[in-house]
Design a protein around this ligand. Structure first.
Ligand code: RB5
Length: 147
């Protein structure tokens, strides 16, 4: 499993903590910045991570900003990206199971890093559902990108 990582200034510290968490689990990480807490614009990092995930089959993205919202809005503009902004372990698991999310966007400001780790952990454990209804809905999302 490989994760491309990105954050803005508001998500920097949490991104660093989550990178350590992933590395401890033996997961490959590629950090595309930010590399400090200097003020930057979250769409720049969402774009870098989303483009790599879209190109690198079977990879995932982890994006952290103040809320996770801006990152998810920006990442979802890239074709092939299904970015989710789960707020607890249940929604993180469902993002994989029902939505086959390939990017997880988390918050550096709305909960503790220990919560962020748990949410990411639930995302890692879950697998996309093979139920026809879910697969069909993902295909409909892909079709939207062609309209
Ligand atoms: C930065 O202040 C903040 O707006 C950003 O990190 C993010 O929360 C946007 O969605």
């Amino acid at each position: 499993m490989k994760f491309y990582l990105g954050s803005d200034h508001a998500g920097y510290k949490t991104k660093e903590a989550l990178q350590k968490y992933l590395v401890k689990k033996g997961i490959e990480t590629i950090d595309l910045g930010a590399h400090d807490e200097g003020r930057v614009d979250y769409p720049d990092f969402a774009e870098k991570v989303a483009k790599m995930v879209a190109k690198d089959k079977d990879s995932f993205g982890l994006l952290v900003c103040g809320t996770g919202i801006g990152m998810s809005i920006a990442a979802n503009k890239v074709k092939g990206i299904r970015a989710a902004n789960p707020f607890n372990t249940k929604t993180a698991a469902l993002a994989r199971e029902h939505n086959n999310a390939n990017v997880i966007c988390l918050s550096g400001r709305m909960y503790k890093d220990s919560d962020a780790k748990q949410i990411l952990g639930a995302f890692l454990k879950a697998k996309p559902s093979k139920l026809v209804r879910h697969v069909k809905r993902i295909k409909k999302i892909s079709k939207l990108e062609k309209k």
